[in-house]
Design a protein around this ligand. Structure first.
Ligand code: ZN
Length: 275
């Protein structure tokens, strides 16, 4: 699932290829993928892109003339890549954009549900579309993080995943960050000590930087994640089997020794049903 490290690695890989040639043909796009109709995708044709930017988990492709921005959100199953001229690409991608040199930018999405989105916007509309996002998670800093944490009482795992609080982290990196910070996923944001906020701030930067470095080298999920999806495997720090707990439609992975003082967390969804 693409979160800040994955999307930033992708941004860096796409930045040169997308600016090399003007757009020859934008589209077609799957009806569920394209979220806007005015301006039409054809408005991109003949224009050159100024490269790729990123905000949280979203990619932005502004045109060189400053008039349009193509915004892409991959959600959990969307994947985007540049197909070089002559290279075989997917037959029916959710979105395709061809450049004059013959290269293509393609968005594919596994599964029947189409959740990934493409928006073609004016710069002003793009700004509005992104206005709800909190500060970038990477480099947020301990002072700012402390302020956001104390502004609302939340379980740490759902706090980290909330794009309005902090932009760029999803469930996989929330698991990695909380393990590195040695904090319980259920700890309340307003009840952290100064030292714990410092640990969380350092863990956010260290884990996202570690992820970005590995993704830029093409590393796969099994090696990038140390905790996420590693149920029953030994904790890399203490050897205790990694545990899981379901919460808010998400599966949380954690180490009961490093993070919760030996306590096993109860599945909140299940216990609510049984009550
Ligand atoms: Zn451990």
């Amino acid at each position: 699932m693409p979160e800040l490290p994955e999307v930033e690695a992708l941004r860096r890989a796409l930045d040169d290829p997308v600016r090399a040639f003007p757009v020859e043909k934008a589209g077609p796009a799957h009806i569920a993928t394209l979220k806007t109709f005015d301006p039409p995708l054809a408005a991109l044709e003949g224009r050159r892109l100024a490269g790729v930017e990123r905000r949280g988990k979203r990619l932005l492709f502004p045109t060189e003339d400053g008039e349009l921005v193509l915004l892409v959100h991959l959600m959990s199953a969307g994947r985007m890549r540049h197909v070089r001229a002559g290279e075989a690409g997917p037959k029916t991608p959710a979105f395709r954009m061809r450049f004059e040199g013959g290269g293509e930018l393609v968005l594919t999405e596994a599964g029947a549900k189409k959740r990934a989105g493409v928006w073609l916007l004016t710069p002003e509309a793009a700004e509005q579309e992104l206005a709800h996002l909190g500060p970038e998670a990477l480099g947020v800093g301990v002072e700012r993080l402390g302020e956001i944490l104390s502004s609302d009482s939340r379980r740490l795992h759902s706090f980290l995943r909330d794009q309005r609080a902090l932009a760029g982290i999803g469930r996989a990196w929330a698991n990695e960050i909380l393990h590195r910070a040695r904090l319980s996923p259920f700890a309340l944001s307003t009840e952290l000590s100064r030292e714990e906020v410092e640990r969380l701030s350092a863990a956010i930067d260290e884990e996202l930087a570690r992820g970005l470095e590995l993704r830029e080298r093409g590393a796969k999920d099994a090696t990038v994640y140390r905790i996420h999806n590693h149920l029953g495997e030994p904790c890399p720090d203490c050897g205790t089997p990694i545990a899981r707990v379901d919460y808010e439609e998400h599966t949380i992975y954690y180490c009961p020794q490093c993070q919760t003082g030996g306590r096993v967390l109860k599945d909140r969804r299940l216990s609510r049903l049984l009550r």
